[in-house]
Design a binder for this molecule. Structure first.
Ligand code: PMP
Ligand code: GLU
Length: 394
């Protein structure tokens, strides 16, 4: 009998985390690696949030919390949904989890039966596909094009729907493409879904505030979609709190209750100190973190300018998040520094080895022609990284 389960053996390692680990390893060996692989803000968690955590420690918050989150945190989430998204949720519709990643894993495990299909517009966030597969679902990848800003069209959605379609999962702003769906685009998608009332939408809005065009639409804002949309969000990105591990959902009550039940057997409630800190974070106006978004915007202009000066890098203009997702298929079949580049993984590994710059292959996001570059790094690091890349590919 094999030691490890087929489940884990068949699962891919998270490419983002694997690349970050590899970059860390090379750094520890003394290599001067610039890490543009991991999607995490390079800012400190804001002081007002840190102070709330310190206060919580001193106030002896040390016990198990309710599995689905402190009541005060649910109130703060309800306030946030109303304030930022004009969404009205009640407490039983909210579940707090150990990061949005756990929220997504809960959703898959409470909704999917073997063979159920989940539509994933490509490129999608790295873990969607494996979370679906882990729960015996079937990811249905729908290719989008850089010319259409990597957005799913209503026609593409319609063509992908089958009697087995259970859900569609997407992020807007999108990791990895940075694309932001407009209200009209989401409405057109909702119009298609009108014909298929049993399909559930998972709207991952974790980059909501990192938006350079200023308008964010939640699928659940459409009255006819509210009862079958799960809104996923968290504090990792907007508040630079990736390591604190707090995410949450607003969902139809029956789904939220199922997630609560699932979480009760798997992890119990999320970390108590982090939950207390997030109460403070969400009760404040998002303008408190605007300085980070302003800086991301400057970096976006910078990195686009620099990349557009390198032959073979084709970019669109990301409207949110902190990634660029250039099409680098120009290099396929070419030999660089004696290395034959066959695909995006070869190219990303080539950049790591010869430019000492860590990126992530697009294959991990369901797009084999691109690589993802995170610009959650200082302007100096971005300038140096792109200079090195230009050097080794020219
Ligand atoms: N969704 C998307 C689109 C992401 O980029 C991330 C990145 N971490 C997550 C979900 C998970 O976030 P976390 O678990 O840190 O809340
Ligand atoms: N979401 C981030 C990324 O895409 C963090 C890594 C991860 O959670 O996989 O890089």
């Amino acid at each position: 009998m094999a030691l490890l389960s087929d489940r884990v053996l068949n699962m891919a390692t998270s490419a983002t985390l694997a690349m970050a680990a590899k970059a860390r390893e090379l750094k520890a060996e003394g290599k001067d690696i610039i890490g543009l692989s991991l999607g995490e803000p390079d800012f400190n968690t804001p002081d007002f949030v840190k102070d709330a955590a310190i206060q919580a420690v001193n106030d002896n918050y040390n016990s198990y919390t309710p599995v689905d989150g402190y009541a005060e945190l649910k109130d703060a989430i309800i306030t946030k949904f109303k304030r930022d998204n004009n969404l009205t949720y009640n407490k039983p519709q909210i579940v707090v989890s150990t990061g949005a990643k756990q929220a997504l894993a809960n959703i898959a495990s409470v909704l999917l039966n073997k063979g159920d299909e989940v539509i994933l517009p490509c490129p999608y966030w790295v873990s969607y596909s494996d979370i679906v597969k882990l729960n015996e679902g079937v990811p249905v990848e729908v290719k989008t094009s850089i010319e259409n800003d990597f957005k799913l069209t209503p026609q593409q959605l319609e063509a992908a729907i089958t009697p087995k379609t259970k859900m569609i999962w997407y992020s807007s702003p999108c990791n990895p493409s940075g694309s932001v769906y407009s209200k009209e685009e989401l409405r057109a998608i909702a119009d298609v879904l009108q014909k298929y009332p049993n399909i559930i939408v998972v709207s991952d809005e974790i980059y909501e505030h990192i938006n350079f065009i200023g308008s964010h639409t939640s699928m659940a804002q459409f009255d006819d979609m509210f009862d079958r949309t799960i809104t996923v969000n968290g504090v990792s990105k907007a508040f630079a709190m990736t390591g604190w591990r707090i995410g949450y959902i607003g969902a139809p009550e029956v789904i939220a209750r199922a997630c609560n039940k699932m979480q009760g057997q798997i992890t119990s409630g999320a970390n108590c100190i982090a939950q207390r800190a997030v109460i403070t974070a969400l009760n404040e106006s998002p303008t408190r973190v605007q300085y980070m978004i302003d800086e991301f915007k400057i970096r976006r202009e910078l990195i686009l300018d620099l990349l557009n000066n390198i032959e073979g890098f084709k970019t669109n203009i990301p409207e949110g998040a902190f990634y660029v997702f250039p099409d680098i298929s120009f290099f396929f079949g070419k030999t660089l520094k004696g290395q034959k580049i066959k695909n995006a993984t070869d190219f990303s590994l080539f950049l790591l080895e010869y430019a000492n710059v860590a990126t992530v292959t697009g294959i991990a996001f369901g797009n084999p022609n691109c690589i993802r570059i995170s610009y959650a790094a200082s302007q100096e690091q971005i300038i140096e990284a792109i200079r090195r890349i230009k050097d080794v590919v020219s």
